[in-house]
Design a protein around this ligand. Structure first.
Ligand code: FRU
Length: 494
């Protein structure tokens, strides 16, 4: 049964979506109309990959959370489906918050999400109660289960908060179902709880998989847990993070904990803790396993702190990152754009061993929707350059700059001149290392974004840009001799 509230959202989409088509990014997912935040239910279903998202169709700011819905075969071209969930039931009237999805053995599509119930206290304050709920469907229409909520406060360990208990990520392993869920324990920071179930409906609490202890921010949102390249990997999105060196930025941050899952203690023993993305806009990542065994991650390419800093004319707000293939190399999480992107490349324009010393442009190296890799090496071993800058999305007024300084071993991304009409954080700097005497910068540009991948994905940095579409110049500059190789492809998305 489609509720009135869900039907209203679907009617609204049908009416207004066509008007926003010309405003959309060329290959990044948006809601089409209205607001989106976290990716939800990113999972294979019947030979395609489905993606849902936190969604409020009626405005470009956060509102009562629905789930929007798209699907793809290649992670680049997406088909839009009607909204999947609306907050239309007593236990989720405050919002259908983030969650995940799997294909059941009988071919049905299971969504697991957080239902929020708001209760108004006598002092006028709203208190939110969060529980875990299920909906089952056919890839387009979903029915919420009678048994909802299937996990409530009674399942929480001692001290766990029923107000911060959200974002289940479900998976199936050896015939059993598991879910990791974010919670706020008695120390008021964050923890990730592990649950298990025989049938995906009746759940038992197992253990605290990993806890924050106020070390990496406070409440941990949107967990994801998987095995990759012989390691166990937990992704979390902490709130109220303090900056830690150049590794973690303050506010709503993103953290990857890599280690070994102790199967008897049901606990993740950490070996390395790092940022997932070092850019300005990245939150709440979620992953899936492709049929050919790749772990692919997508995230909200936005930042809560700047979420109200937008372009008024645009009728949608928020976009996803490009899906990325993950790997663990030398104990670190690495990420690269999905390989499917390569089949959208136009003609290659390349240069090898070009000496840059001062300002330079290269014929044919320009464009605003592109995939470009710049590899740089010192041009003179006896006198090291101090800085190298790459300017993209550039015209007389605009540019976005990527700067490398070998002395500090850092890359800085600066989007101060990217057309954002707000005084917000525009710069991020992060540590990198040369590999075999070279640094590789791969830049992916779409209408409203830049995604940078350093050294085949050792670091990634994502940023929203509002630079005009015809600002397509690219230039290089350095204060000493730098040898560069450049390979550039326009991305042909029409
Ligand atoms: C993270 C988050 C989740 C929550 C959702 C609500 O961005 O706060 O914890 O489920 O957004 O929209």
């Amino acid at each position: 049964m489609i509720s009135k509230m869900l039907q209203k959202a679907r009617d609204f989409e049908r009416k207004y979506l066509p008007y926003t088509l010309s405003e959309q990014p060329k290959f990044h997912v948006t809601g089409g109309i209205g607001w989106i935040n976290d990716p939800n239910g990113f999972a294979p279903y019947k030979g395609e990959y489905h993606l849902f998202f936190q969604y409020y169709p009626y405005d470009t700011k956060w509102g009562p959370m629905h789930w929007g819905h798209v699907k793809t075969r290649d992670f680049i071209h997406w088909d839009r489906l009607p909204a999947a969930l609306a907050p239309d039931t007593d236990y989720d009237r405050g919002g259908c918050f983030s969650g995940s999805a799997i294909e059941l053995p009988d071919g049905r599509h299971l969504l697991m999400y957080t239902g929020v119930r708001n209760v108004r206290r006598r002092n006028g304050k709203l208190e939110a109660f969060q529980t875990q709920c299920l909906a089952i469907g056919d890839g387009e229409d979903y029915e919420k289960l009678e048994q909802n909520p299937v996990i409530d406060a009674s399942a929480l360990p001692e001290g766990g908060s029923e107000h911060d208990f959200r974002d289940p990520k479900i998976w199936r392993e050896n015939g059993k179902y598991y879910a990791v869920i974010g919670n706020r324990p008695a120390d008021k920071s964050g923890s990730i709880l592990l649950f298990e179930s025989e049938d995906a409906i009746h759940w038992q609490y197992v253990n605290v998989l990993s806890a924050c202890h106020n070390q990496y921010g406070r409440m941990w949102e949107c967990p994801d847990f998987f095995r990759l390249d012989g390691k166990d990997v937990l992704l979390v999105s902490p709130q109220e993070m303090d900056a830690i060196g150049l590794e973690f930025h303050p506010g709503n941050a993103n953290v990857c904990l890599i280690g070994k899952y102790d199967r008897s203690a049901k606990h993740l023993n950490r070996e390395n803790v790092q940022a997932i993305d070092y850019g300005l806009d990245f939150y709440a990542p979620q992953t899936l396993l492709t049929d050919d065994g790749r772990r692919v991650m997508i995230a909200w390419m936005q930042n809560w702190e700047t979420a109200l800093c937008k372009i008024e004319e645009l009728r949608f707000y928020g976009q996803m990152t490009l899906p990325r293939e993950l790997s663990v190399r030398n104990g670190r999480l690495c990420q690269n754009p999905v390989r499917e992107l390569e089949s959208y490349r136009g003609v290659k324009i390349d240069y090898y061993n070009v000496l840059i010393n001062g300002e330079a442009t290269l014929r044919g190296i320009n464009g605003r929707c592109l995939d470009m890799t710049v590899t740089l090496r010192p041009g003179n071993e006896n006198s090291m350059f101090k800085w190298f800058r790459l300017y993209v999305a550039k015209d007389g007024e605009h540019f976005t700059m990527i700067r490398y300084r070998p002395e500090t071993g850092t890359v800085k991304v600066d989007r101060t001149h990217s057309g954002f009409p707000h005084d917000i954080v525009n710069i991020r700097e992060f540590p990198v290392s040369m590999r075999n005497g070279a640094l590789k910068l791969r830049v992916i540009l779409d209408r409203y974004s830049l995604e940078l991948f350093v050294n085949d994905g050792e670091q990634a940095a994502s940023c929203v840009l509002y630079t005009p579409e015809d600002a397509g110049a690219i230039s290089f500059s350095s204060d000493g001799s730098v040898l560069v190789d450049v390979e550039k492809y326009d991305l042909l998305m029409e």
